[in-house]
Design a binder for this molecule. Structure first.
Ligand SMILES: [Zn+2]
Length: 393
């Protein structure tokens, strides 16, 4: 393991004091880097330890740094800056202090997942199979979204001394994880749920048409499966793979979604040489993020802890490592507090295992949310993971 880092929200560092919080993380806890949120989805957090005056932190999805406005397209999509940032730039202060303390800085940007941006730019929203906008997700196939994300990456990687930029939701991931819990009278099976997450906005339809994919046939086929699920009929195919094996149109549309994500990442990769890391969720049929295809266009991947503790977590991680080509190309995120992480011993064991498996970096979720005793858990985990050399297999 070369790097142990904490994911941090900039308001937590500001409220605790940027100098004091970085000194605590680097000096006392022993992490060698921080990954600071630059753009976030909606936030509603209750702090388990006292940081400044407030215990509840609530923000709509926003940018939590000062965007370099001239870099963004004049008539296109520009970041929605959180009101607390005002005319200040907390990220610049954090970068300066991190440099002074010898701690590396990563920026963490949530790309397409933003209810605020969809409300501001409704034409850029993903659109579901029924023609209704998906209110939380910008479409990664939309040219304005792609231009905005390219500018965002350029802004962050040019203006801040980053070790790496992490992109989360730089894909079609609507429907992954907790987002699948859209209220519906039917508990949809995996096939219908994946199809319901697919985007059919005008940009996606245009891409299909350019690629000679018959989008009307794709829509008709997808609707047939979803309407059957709504009538509580058993799905004719148990897995999505089985469905794609017999439906060439759906397969072509799926491949086009992967191509859309791949070319987005290729096009927004920073020329500055800052490492570009992609957060990947397990379901390629929902996200369109094909790790094996993406690896030549980025510098690595991040497996977050969003599904940590589930029986599938290790399988998901193994699959990403397999597709990425090696464990060194995959940074592992671990939760550092209950319920996802039950104890200090469990965290030490998880960090030890990740380090021994050859992962280059281990990240801990999240500094500001961690209860006081859990900071000691992280200190222990970092100490043990660092102390032991990786055993060659
Ligand atoms: Zn779309």
């Amino acid at each position: 393991m070369d790097q142990a880092f904490f994911w941090c929200y900039p308001w937590d560092l500001e409220d605790e004091g940027i100098e004091a919080s970085l000194a605590r993380m680097a000096g006392e806890i022993g992490v060698t880097a921080v990954s600071v949120a630059a753009t976030c989805r909606d936030i509603d957090q209750l702090r388990a330890r006292r940081i400044g005056e407030r215990r509840t932190v609530r923000f709509e999805a926003a940018a939590h740094f000062q965007p370099d406005r001239p870099r963004y397209p004049k008539r296109g999509i520009t970041p929605a800056t959180a009101s607390w940032v005002k005319s200040r730039n907390p990220l610049a202060k954090i970068a300066k202090e991190a440099e002074r303390q010898g701690i590396k800085l990563r920026a963490w940007a949530v790309c397409c997942h933003s209810s605020t941006m969809v409300a501001r730019y409704p034409m850029a929203s993903c659109v579901d199979i029924f023609g209704d906008p998906i209110g939380t997700w910008l479409c990664p196939g939309n040219p304005d979204v792609r231009e905005y994300l390219a500018a965002l990456v350029e802004d962050l990687t040019t203006n801040y001394p980053l070790d790496a930029i992490e992109l989360e939701a730089a894909d079609f991931g609507h429907g992954t994880g907790e987002l699948s819990a859209r209220e519906c009278g039917v508990r949809l099976g995996p096939v219908a749920r994946k199809l319901l997450s697919w985007c059919f906005c005008s940009s996606c339809r245009q891409r299909a048409s350019i690629a000679s994919v018959d989008v009307e046939a794709v829509l008709a086929s997808a609707k047939t499966h979803i309407e059957a699920a709504f009538r509580l009929e058993p799905a004719p195919h148990e897995t999505f793979d089985a469905l794609l094996a017999v439906d060439a149109g759906l397969r072509a549309y799926f491949e086009l979604r992967c191509e859309t994500v791949k070319t987005l990442v290729r096009d927004i990769r920073p020329p500055s040489g800052v490492r570009l890391l992609l957060h990947v969720e397990p379901d390629i049929y929902i996200s369109g993020a094909d790790v094996a295809d993406l690896r030549e266009h980025c510098d690595g991947f991040v497996k977050s802890a969003s599904d940590y503790g589930t029986p599938q977590w290790q399988g998901h991680l193994d699959n990403i490592v397999d597709q990425a080509g090696s464990a060194t190309a995959v940074d592992v995120g671990l939760p550092c507090y209950p319920a996802l992480m039950p104890s200090s011993d469990a965290l030490v064991a998880a960090a030890h295992q990740a380090s021994q498996s050859g992962h280059r970096a281990i990240g801990f979720h999240h500094y500001g949310l961690a209860p006081e005793p859990c900071l000691e858990w992280v200190r222990q985990a970092v100490r043990y993971a660092r102390r032991e050399p990786v055993q060659s297999s």
